[in-house]
Ligand binder design. Structure first.
Ligand code: IVH
Length: 656
C-alpha cells in the first residue's frame, strides 16, 4: 500500500510538471484525475503516508485564521525604473563605468505578485509574499496549490527562489464570468485577482483559481553553481521550476532597445500581463561589483511601457481643503478602464492648470495612468466641446465659506480662515503622523472620529484625552485604548524638532525644524528670535525665517504652546528626562541584539520610566523592542499584534 501511494505521488508530481511547467502533458486529464482520486482515497485511509509534498495538497489544505508575518532572510528589493531609451542609455553608461562592457539578460516584467519560495533538502517548505520587502506573510498553504510550483525537486538543495505569481488572462476572464453569473463583485484585473486569491484563508478556494508562476531569481546564485543570470535560469529549468522562456541574452543596449520594441505591441498577445521589461547585467561577478542601493540593485533596471491614455467625460470638479488651506481640485469622471483598473477620479493638480488648459465641466478629456500612480487629466478635446461655461476657481472655501486668496508667486488657491474645520482636522492628522509626533495607533480615522465626537478641537486636546473619553467610541477596546494612551504619553518626550514639524508652520519640514531646534534648544528661545537670527542658519532663507516668526508670534500659537507645555509636552531638543509616567505600567520584552545599549541598560531605562520587562511575549505585552536578528519573539509579537519598536525608536520615545 505504501508503495502504491509513493508511486502515485511521484507519477502525479511528474504529470503535473509536464502539464503546468513544460506545457507538454503525456497523459490525458482524465487519467490524471483518476489517479489523483485514487491517491486522495488511499491517503485518507493511511494518513501516515500523507505529506506536505504529496500532489493532494494542490487541492487545498487547512483553513487559516490569518497569515503569520515572517521576516525575509534577505530583503525583497524593487527595481529602479526607466521610461525611455534615454534612461536605458544612462543605465548602460553607469554599467560600463563600473564594470566595463556587459551582456544583458532581458526578461519580461510579469505583472503579478512577488513571492519567495524556500526549499530545504529539495522540498518546498515555505512561501511568502513580498510584504513591505522586509517582512512578508506566510502563504505556503495557498502557494502549494499552484501547480507550477514543484513540491519537491531532484537536487537536495536548500535555497530560496523568487518569482512572480500571476493569473493567466484566460483564467481571469473565466473567473470574472463566473462571478458575474453569481452576482459577485468583479476583479479589476488579473493582478488583483491573483492577489485576492493568494490571500484567501481557505486554500481550497485558492486552488480553484488557476494561478501560475514564473521564477526569475535565486537568493544566492552560487547555490546553483551559476556564474550568470542566464545560467541560473537554465538551471532552474533543469530543476523543474517554471521560468519565462521569452528571455533573451544580448550584448548591447541597442539590442535591449530592439527587444523592448519587439514586445511593445506583441505583449497584448501573451496569455499574461506584463508591465515592462527587466534588464539585468548577466555576469554575477559584475553584479557583485555594482552592488545595491538601499532600495534596489544597481545592476538591473525595469523599463516601463508608456502609460495608456483614454478619453472620458469630466462630470464634475470636487474641491478638498488641505492642512495649509490649499484647495485642491479633483476631476470626477465617467468611469473608464485605464491600464487595468476602472478610474472615476483623477488629479487636476491646481486651478492654474485648469485655467491654462481651459478644462471645463462636461468636457471630453484625455486621462492617463502610469503604473500605480494616481491618474491625471491631460487636456480637454476642444473639437468635442459643446459650449459649456468656463470653469471659475472658487472664491469661497467649500468647507467654511470664508473667502479664498491666491498668493503671489503661488499656483494654489487657499482658504485663509485659521479656524476652518477642514484645516483643523488635516492639521491634527499631520501632527500625529510619522513625520511629526509619530503617535502609534492615532491615524486619520481616529482623529476624525475624535473630532466628530467633539473631543478634540486643537492638537493640545489630544493630551487631555482619558480612558473614559475613548472607551465609548466605536471600534475602541480596552487594549486599544491602553495602547493609544501609552503612545500619546510617550510622544510627550519627543524632541522639539518633531513638535515644530507637527505644529504645521509653513515651509518647516523635518530638515529646517531639526536645524532650528539644534540652534536654539528650546521653544521659548525659538519664539524670541528675530528673522535675522534664523537666516544665519545655513539653508534657512528669508521665506522660512519670515514664516516662522509670523507663526510663532501669533497669539493663537502662543496659547497653543502654553497648553501643550501644561500637559507636559517636552519643549526642548533632546534633553527631556523621562519620568516614571513615560512607560507607566507598560510591559516590555527585549529581543535580538541591540546595537547602542546593553540589555541591562535598556532594562534599567524602562524601569526608570515606570515600565517593566518580562521574558516572553504574550497578549499582555505592550511593546517588543527588537534588535538585530530578532527571531521567534518578534514573530510572536507580530502575530499577536503587539507594537514592535526598533532600538532607535525606543531611545527616541524615551526622549534621550
Ligand atoms: S528581478 C531586486 N525579474 O518587478 C529585485 N523582477 O520592482 C529583483 N518582476 O517586485 C527583481 N518580473 O516582483 C525581476 N523578470 C523579473 C520580474 C520582476 C516581474 C517584479 C518583481 C519586483 C518588481 C520590481
Amino acid at each position: 500500500m505504501e508503495e502504491r501511494i509513493k508511486e502515485l505521488q511521484e507519477k502525479l508530481n511528474r504529470y503535473n510538471h509536464e502539464y503546468h511547467v513544460l506545457d507538454n502533458p503525456s497523459v490525458p486529464d482524465s487519467e490524471y484525475d483518476k489517479l489523483l482520486h485514487e491517491l486522495i482515497e488511499l491517503e485518507a485511509q493511511h494518513p501516515e503516508h500523507k505529506s506536505n509534498t504529496s500532489p493532494t495538497v494542490r487541492v487545498g489544505g487547512e483553513v487559516q485564521s490569518k497569515f503569520e508575518k515572517t521576516a525575509h532572510d534577505t530583503p525583497m528589493l524593487s527595481l529602479s525604473n526607466a521610461f525611455g531609451s534615454a534612461d536605458l542609455r544612462s543605465f548602460d553608461r553607469r554599467v560600463r563605468e563600473m564594470v566595463g562592457e556587459a551582456d544583458y539578460m532581458c526578461e519580461l516584467k510579469i505583472d503579478g505578485l512577488a513571492v519567495s519560495l524556500k526549499y530545504e533538502n529539495g522540498r518546498f517548505v515555505q512561501g511568502t509574499t513580498r510584504g513591505d520587502g522586509t517582512v512578508g506573510e506566510d502563504i505556503t498553504v495557498n502557494l502549494r496549490t499552484i501547480r507550477a510550483i514543484p513540491l519537491t525537486i531532484d537536487s537536495p538543495l536548500s535555497f530560496e527562489v523568487r518569482g512572480e505569481a500571476y493569473m493567466p488572462k484566460a483564467s481571469f476572464e473565466r473567473l470574472n464570468a463566473e462571478r458575474e453569473k453569481n452576482d459577485e463583485g468583479l476583479f479589476q484585473n488579473p493582478r488583483n485577482a491573483a492577489a485576492g486569491s493568494l490571500r484567501q484563508l481557505d486554500p481550497k478556494l485558492a486552488s480553484q483559481r488557476y494561478l501560475s508562476i514564473f521564477l526569475y531569481s535565486v537568493n544566492d546564485l552560487r547555490e546553483l553553481d551559476a556564474s550568470a543570470q542566464s545560467e541560473a535560469l537554465d538551471k532552474l529549468d533543469q530543476e523543474g521550476f517554471k521560468t519565462n522562456q521569452e528571455r533573451r541574452l544580448v550584448g548591447s543596449i541597442d539590442e535591449v532597445i530592439e527587444y523592448i520594441e519587439y514586445w511593445a505591441d506583441r505583449r497584448k498577445a501573451l496569455d499574461y500581463d506584463i508591465d515592462g521589461i527587466v534588464i539585468k547585467v548577466n555576469d554575477i561577478r559584475k553584479q557583485d561589483t555594482m552592488g545595491f542601493t538601499a532600495k534596489s540593485p544597481r545592476w538591473a533596471i525595469a523599463y516601463k511601457f508608456p502609460a495608456e491614455e483614454v478619453v472620458t467625460d469630466l462630470l464634475d470638479i470636487e474641491l478638498t481643503v488641505g492642512r495649509t488651506g490649499v484647495i485642491t481640485p479633483t476631476a470626477i469622471l465617467s468611469p473608464v478602464k485605464v491600464a487595468g483598473t476602472t478610474v472615476s477620479r483623477a488629479s487636476l493638480h491646481n486651478h492654474e492648470m485648469i485655467e491654462e488648459k481651459d478644462i471645463r465641466i462636461n468636457d471630453r478629456v484625455v486621462i492617463r495612468k502610469a503604473g500605480d500612480i494616481i491618474p491625471e487629466v491631460l487636456h480637454p478635446i476642444l473639437e468635442e466641446r459643446k459650449g459649456q461655461a468656463v470653469y471659475e476657481a472658487p472664491i469661497t472655501c467649500p468647507v467654511c465659506n470664508h473667502e479664498t486668496v491666491k498668493l503671489e508667486d503661488e499656483v494654489a488657491i487657499r482658504c485663509i480662515n485659521p479656524s476652518c474645520p477642514a484645516q483643523l482636522v488635516e492639521g491634527m492628522i499631520y501632527f500625529v503622523s510619522r513625520e511629526a509626533m509619530n503617535i502609534d495607533g492615532l491615524g486619520e480615522k481616529v482623529i476624525r472620529q475624535l473630532y466628530d465626537a467633539g473631543l478634540i478641537k486643537d492638537v493640545s486636546d489630544i493630551y487631555g484625552l482619558t480612558r473614559d473619553d475613548l472607551l465609548p467610541l466605536e471600534r475602541m477596546g480596552e487594549k486599544k485604548v491602553r495602547n493609544l494612551l501609552a503612545a500619546i504619553e510617550a510622544s510627550k518626550h519627543n524632541p522639539l524638532s518633531r513638535l515644530l514639524v507637527g505644529l504645521g508652520i509653513r515651509f518647516i519640514g523635518s530638515k529646517a525644524s531639526g536645524q532650528i531646534a539644534q540652534e536654539f534648544g528650546s521653544m521659548e528661545a525659538v519664539m524670541k528670535q528675530p528673522e535675522a537670527r534664523f537666516i544665519e542658519i545655513p539653508e534657512i532663507g528669508e521665506k522660512i525665517a519670515r514664516s516662522i516668526v509670523t507663526y510663532t508670534s501669533h497669539p493663537d500659537f502662543k496659547r497653543l504652546v502654553e497648553k501643550l507645555s501644561d500637559f507636559g509636552v517636552n519643549m526642548t531638543e533632546g534633553a527631556s528626562k523621562p519620568d516614571s509616567k513615560t512607560f507607566g505600567g507598560m510591559t516590555f520584552v527585549l529581543t535580538g541584539k541591540l546595537a547602542r545599549l546593553t540589555r541591562d541598560e535598556a532594562k534599567q531605562m524602562i524601569e526608570n520610566a515606570g515600565g517593566n520587562v518580562t521574558g516572553s511575549v504574550s497578549s499582555n505585552t505592550d511593546v517588543v523592542v527588537a534588535g538585530e536578528a530578532a527571531g521567534s519573539k518578534l514573530e510572536k509579537a507580530q502575530s499577536l499584534d503587539v507594537s514592535v519598536w526598533s532600538e532607535d525608536e525606543f531611545i527616541e520615545k524615551l526622549g534621550q
